[in-house]
Design a binder for this molecule. Sequence first.
Ligand SMILES: *Cc1c(COP(=O)(O)O)cnc(C)c1O
Length: 314
Amino acid sequence: MPPLSVLQPITHPIFTQHKLTVQVKRDDQIDGIISGNKWRKLKYNLLHAKSIGAKGVITFGGCFSNHIHACAFACQQQQLPVIGIIRGEDNHQDNYTLAWAKNWGMQLSFVDRKSYRLRHDEHYLQQLQQQYPDHLIIPEGGSNSLALTGVAEVINELNQQSEFDTLITPVGSGGTLAGLIVGDKSQHNLLGIAVLKQQDYLENEVKALLPSRSKNAHNWRIAHEFHRGGYAKFSPQDAEKIRNFSDIVGIGFEPVYSGKMILALLELIESGYFPAHHRIVLLHTGGLQGLAGMFERGLLNQDEWPSLPVPPVQ
Ligand SMILES: *Cc1c(COP(=O)(O)O)cnc(C)c1O
């Protein structure tokens, strides 16, 4: 199969100074609307839903979730009805992400934080399945074993595209990193950048997702020094640094996922983490729709950031 996204070399004075080669796997460009890694994670889930004749899909996410946005659009394309169980935050129910999800036909069901916490609870999920017997339940972020199969294809593609030493990816729920571990035959270093403040927990999440044949892989680690205090937290200086990097390399990043990977990359290079002539690949996981919620809340200035995949719903 031909690669779904290009591998783009980028230049920056700091790479030259440290004699490093850096390329970006442009998964952000796989689809105009579906966020890069969410496309990979949904692919086999939705094929599975079709193959078992599911009448619909049920999934989970927050109000600004890239997964909810991607899943709503992908299900519309596949003509699969979809229910989104959303962690309810009253004032965000008509935001960009959810307005589009609704527009693409997702049925939104808002639950309070306490109920939302049950999303991984076996008993709750059994009840939900009984309530919707013909539906495929996809976990938050799309992270399950079918998602790993989709993400593993990134490695097959990279193996056709270039030789490299280290692949870097942002880590949220860990599904993407787990998929890369499954796809890699321990040829490369896989470095995950935690975007949440969850020391050790994330390693366990990744291990729990791995199939037994990959449980002994040792070619991966998660760096926890770059989350900036937690999910979606960042300083104005961080935002400025990400924008500046985007300007130099000509690729848009956002500060929740891919931008934290960039901050990590720059700091790791400065600290001498990578030896000279090291060949680095950055996985651009997409997520630019997430900027919309920050524009709406006045956290970022829209004029300074990449444009949104689609204009706000009128
Ligand atoms: C969801 C997401 C991630 C995190 O992926 P996980 O598989 O949950 O670790 C990274 N980047 C972007 C843009 C995302 O939307």
